[in-house]
Structures are given as structure tokens and as C-alpha cells.
Design a binder for this molecule. Structure first.
Ligand code: LMR
Length: 330
């Protein structure tokens, strides 16, 4: 009788605690907070299918999208306890474990995905990964979403002064994002992703920042009549597994997971830009949003208003990491 092996992230035993033949089925719970038709949602499903196929069914990856299993603020703890085996949070959310991760929240740090990939696939990514080992977390990959846009329900956001008095939702755990809005004369509220639509439609906050795919897939655009295409910050993900669970896997399974993850990462990074472009078109076609695309002069105004964040957060992020990021900008 094949025992379905529920990995607790600590050891590999059957339901009654008995040692189970390592050739038996391994179940991986992959929990995330976004919709399925998004860069992360599609990549999670693709990863699950390919791993199941390539292990001949020995590994079953169960994907739980849209915060159905764990929401923001819960999933990291669930991973560390071994209640789930893979999560892929936005890098910002790891700032609760190591504040250096806020580097990636700095507005206008990166101008394009190429610079992001140089940073994350190089020394900066390695240094950030190293902050996770003490927390029983093994990092597997960096996935893309894209650059963030501003939306709100009150007025067009063209100049920094237009933010005065507004309130914005920001991702949890990032002081950089809270301070970003204060520098623009607004205030910020940290909030789990799955609460954002309700907060916007209920006017608990005036606006938010996110990628086109999240603005579209969570229907934020339906309750946010003003959107500014600012590309002021980047949202990317780090795919994580529980380190104890990872070490408990047979080497051949680990190899298949690593190779599949590398392949899916390449695929996901190509898909992310297409999905965001498609969702931007759909937002415009909805007729529900007045879209303003920042001009170069307006972007320069925003950058000047936000520049002080770099000096302010240098002690938190680390001068070396910040310097390395700047060198990539050329
Ligand atoms: C957010 O919280 O706005 C995003 O991190 C959600 C996501 O995972 O893309």
C-alpha cells in the first residue's frame, strides 16, 4: 500500500510517524498570494506539472494560489515551520528576516529588467540569499513580476505635490515603501495583499502601487479611476523552500527540482513582461481608468523627491550592497 508521505519539513515519516521508504510519494505544498493568471501563478503551475512528470509521479506539487492556504504575513512562518514546502513572496516581505532585502524596494534603483537580473543573478543576489540560511530557509530562484505603477481614487498623480494628503497601501515589512510615500507628502499603510481590493473599494486607503498584472488580476483598476505609469519600483519574487525539508529529499529528486526550477525561471521571466503588457492593454480597454504616462521631466521630479531615501536607508541596507547596485546602473 503506497503511503502518501506528508513531509512536515522536519523528517520524512508516514501519517503514524513510521519511517517510510524514500521511494514513496513526496507531497510539496506550494502556497502563494496572487491569482493564477499572473507571472507567479502561471510559473507555479508549470513547475508543479513538470516536477510531477519528471519524477514519474514520485513528487506531487500542490499549488495553493490567491492566499487560500496562507496569506501575507503567514506564509513565511508556515514555511519555516514546515507546514508548506515552497512559497514565492515578493522580496520586500523578507525584510522582516533581514532588512537588506529592502534594497529592492528603493524607487528608481533599477531602470529595466536587465539591470534587475544582473543584480539578482550576481553578487547582490548571493548576498541576499545568504541572509536566509540562519532562518531554516533554502532559496531556489528569483522570479520576475515587473515595474510598479501608481493608482488612486482621488486625482491624477503627475507631480510629487499631487500625493499630498493621500493614503496608500504598501506591502508588509518594508519601511522603505512606507517612507517612499511620506517623501511624497502622503501616508502609507502596510496591508496583506488579499485585503487590498476591499480596502480600496471601501475607501480605507486612497491608492496603491503594484504591477499591471496585479492591478488587473485583482481588479484594482475597477475601483481606481486614476493610474500613473511611473515604473518607479520593481516587484520580484524569491522562491523559497524549507531547508530541513530540502535536505531530507533524495539527491536525485533535488536535482530534478533544481533543473526544473532553473528552466521555469527562464520561462517565467519571458512570460512576465508579456503578461504585464497584455494586462495594461486590458486595463486601458476597460475604459475605467484615466491613464497618465510620466514624461521624462515628470519622472525626474519624482526621482528628486525620492532620492533622499538612498542615504536614509544606507545604514539599514548596507553601503556595500547599495554601492554594488549603483555600479550596475552604469
Ligand atoms: C503585493 O503584496 O502587492 C505583491 O507582493 C503581491 C505579489 O505577490 O505579487
Amino acid at each position: 500500500m503506497a503511503v502518501v508521505l506528508i513531509t512536515t519539513g522536519c523528517d520524512r515519516r508516514g501519517p503514524d510517524g513510521e519511517q517510510v521508504d524514500p521511494r514513496e510519494k513526496i507531497v510539496i505544498k506550494f502556497s502563494h498570494v496572487v491569482a493564477e493568471d499572473t507571472p507567479k501563478g502561471q510559473a507555479a503551475r508549470r513547475f508543479a506539472r513538470l516536477v510531477q512528470e519528471r519524477t514519474g509521479g514520485r513528487v506531487e506539487v500542490q499549488v495553493f494560489p490567491n492566499s487560500v492556504l496562507y496569506k501575507d504575513g503567514e506564509e513565511l512562518d508556515a514555511l519555516q515551520k514546515g507546514a508548506v514546502q515552497i512559497i514565492a513572496p515578493t522580496t520586500s516581505k523578507l525584510s522582516s528576516l533581514a532588512p537588506q532585502w529592502q534594497l529592492l524596494d528603493l524607487p528608481y534603483l533599477f531602470e529595466n529588467e536587465e539591470q534587475v537580473h544582473k543584480a539578482l543573478d550576481g553578487e547582490i543576489g548571493k548576498k541576499l540569499f545568504a541572509t536566509l540560511e540562519p532562518h531554516n530557509i533554502h532559496p531556489l530562484a528569483f522570479w520576475d513580476n515587473g515595474f510598479k505603477q501608481m493608482t488612486n481614487s482621488k486625482r491624477p498623480l503627475v507631480h510629487p505635490r499631487d500625493f499630498a494628503g493621500l493614503t496608500f497601501r504598501v506591502m508588509i515589512n518594508s519601511q522603505v515603501l512606507e517612507e517612499q510615500f511620506r517623501k511624497l507628502g502622503a501616508s502609507a499603510t502596510q496591508m496583506p495583499f488579499n485585503d487590498v481590493y476591499g480596502a480600496l473599494s471601501g475607501n480605507q486607503v486612497d491608492g496603491q502601487e503594484n504591477t499591471m498584472s496585479n492591478i488587473y488580476s485583482q481588479r484594482f483598476y475597477q475601483v481606481q479611476p486614476y493610474m500613473t505609469v511611473s515604473n518607479h519600483g520593481y516587484i520580484g519574487y524569491v522562491v523559497l523552500t524549507n531547508a530541513t525539508f530540502w535536505r531530507s529529499l533524495p539527491p536525485d529528486i533535488r536535482e530534478i527540482i533544481e533543473e526544473t526550477m532553473a528552466e521555469v525561471t527562464r520561462w517565467e521571466r519571458e512570460q512576465a513582461a508579456h503578461i504585464n503588457d497584455k494586462n495594461f492593454r486590458q486595463i486601458k480597454e476597460s475604459g475605467k481608468v484615466q491613464v497618465h504616462i510620466l514624461t521624462a521631466e515628470e519622472r525626474a521630479e519624482w526621482q528628486a523627491a525620492l532620492e533622499p531615501l538612498y542615504e536614509q536607508f544606507k545604514p539599514v541596507i548596507g553601503a556595500e550592497l547599495l554601492e554594488e547596485a549603483f555600479c550596475l546602473k552604469g
